[in-house]
Design a protein around this ligand. Structure first.
Ligand code: URA
Length: 224
């Protein structure tokens, strides 16, 4: 009797799980087949700039949504149009997005899509070197797509903490991380929560993440 070998793919089953033991403050997105398909597109060197931006935006949106899941909520009661009372929750504090130049800027759109604009200016609250005066009382979503050695992310956290933001109020959102950078970052800041989409194998001699996706800035910039 002959047999044919089929490759069966199971939708929505977690794959590619826990390749590395991650520090306790790291939250990795559920490794679904959808997520794996998105990463395959953005890692492909033949993917066009337009597709790269479209698909990284999709993953960034999932990351930001996951980041928001880690913000504290307090009870909030509302009345529905039927006159009934609904006992729900509301976010406890305000948030502030901080992107690390330049690649972090590419993550701002994902944050804008899920966080309501500031009412006075109709602009999302995104700050660069100039932080809002009340930053010390906010939750900070720090955005940087590639965590390689962790140097720039650690510098950014230092700067944010110098403004009076406690570690516990900082959530670092990142697309791909290298285990070396993740270890350094988490050893230095064990109370910053890190939301990452994928922990890759490691760094090459030029400090690029392997397998990675190459230079994020180059792939998303109009020069490529
Ligand atoms: N920054 C990038 O854009 N890519 C890497 O692999 C590492 C840092």
């Amino acid at each position: 009797m002959s047999s044919t070998k089929h490759t069966i793919t199971t939708p929505n089953k977690n794959i590619n799980k826990a390749k590395h033991a991650t520090p306790p403050n790291v939250i990795t997105l559920p490794q679904t087949t959808q997520l794996e398909a998105l990463y395959t597109i953005i890692r492909d060197k033949n993917t066009s700039r337009g597709d790269f931006i479209f698909y990284t935006d999709r993953i960034i949106r999932l990351l930001v949504e996951e980041g928001l899941n880690h913000l504290p909520v307090i009870p909030r009661t509302v009345e529905t149009p039927t006159g009934a009372t609904y006992n729900g929750v509301g976010f406890e504090g305000r948030i502030c997005g901080v992107s690390i130049l330049r690649a972090g800027e590419a993550m701002e759109a994902g944050l804008r899509e899920v966080c309501r604009s500031d009412e006075e200016t109709a602009q999302p609250k995104l700050f660069y070197a100039k932080f809002p005066q009340d930053i010390a009382s906010r939750y900070v979503l720090l955005l940087d797509p590639m965590l390689a050695t962790g140097g720039s992310a650690m510098k950014a956290v230092e700067v944010i903490m110098a403004e009076g933001v406690p570690e516990e109020r900082i959530i670092f959102v990142n697309l791909i991380s290298a285990p070396e950078g993740l270890r350094s970052f988490c050893t230095r800041f064990p109370n910053v929560r890190v939301i990452t989409g994928c922990v890759d194998e490691g760094l090459n001699e030029k400090a690029y993440i392997i397998p990675g996706l190459g230079d994020f800035g180059e792939r998303s910039s109009s020069m490529s």
